[in-house]
Design a protein around this ligand. Structure first.
Ligand SMILES: O=C(O)c1ccccc1N[C@@H]1O[C@H](COP(=O)(O)O)[C@@H](O)[C@H]1O
Length: 200
């Protein structure tokens, strides 16, 4: 199972995620208590070994700004939360990025991974990064393909959530923090150990 740990801001957090077997680490390059500048993200991305994705997260920035910031940060994957059209995904694909489309159950967006040309689909609460969970009852259709469960996951609920929904991957930020925007390395390790139950 794919496991992404998002909103990292310090070398020790990146190192804990990598050592614990994360598939991807995320850097928030948009409005957020976890926001980093691309220049701040770049040395963190440089700590990430091959085989672990370096995800730059955006919400509502222009395509030009996404391109500029993702390149400066040294990301290899772009995550878009802004309801961008398929053409934006095509342009970023042509630049060589792997792509994540993020949406929420009641957005009206397609819930099939790849519908806009993305590699993965994150299904998150309507307020990304809030730590809020969403109800499976709010899904208008069964998600399909490489879809990633996000929104309010934590070391204590990830096993039950995955058992119930059987996503292709999971994504966490708030649930591995001691307070809003402040990661707890012990919780990152605990989340990754809990997720090990679903990895080969
Ligand atoms: O973390 C943020 O503040 C954020 C801001 C804007 C877009 C996305 C953001 N985070 C994403 O939210 C989920 C994690 O949610 P949770 O905190 O675990 O409930 C993850 O996809 C982050 O990339």
């Amino acid at each position: 199972m794919y496991v992404k740990v998002c909103g990292l801001r310090k070398p020790a957090e990146v190192e804990a995620a990598v050592a614990g077997g994360a598939s991807a680490v995320g850097f928030i390059l948009t409005t957020s208590p976890r926001r980093l500048s691309p220049a701040e993200a770049r040395p963190l991305a440089a700590l990430v070994p091959p085989g672990v994705a370096k995800v730059a997260v955006f919400r509502g920035e222009s395509l030009d700004e996404v391109r500029r910031a993702a390149a400066e940060a040294g990301a290899d994957t772009v995550q878009l939360h802004g309801g961008e059209p398929p053409e934006a995904f095509a342009a970023l694909r042509a630049d060589g990025y792997r792509l994540i489309r993020a949406t929420s159950p009641e957005s009206g967006d397609p819930l099939t991974a790849g519908a806009y040309g993305e590699d993965m689909l994150i299904i998150d609460s309507p307020r990304p990064g809030s730590g809020e969970r969403w109800s499976p009852d709010s899904l208008p259709e069964q998600p399909a393909g490489a879809w990633v469960l996000s929104g309010g996951l934590s070391p204590d609920n990830v096993v039950d959530a995955v058992t119930a929904l059987r996503p292709w991957g999971v994504d966490v930020s708030s649930g591995v923090e001691s307070s809003r925007g402040v990661k707890d390395v012990g919780l990152i390790e605990k989340f990754l150990r809990a997720s090990d139950a679903f990895r080969g």
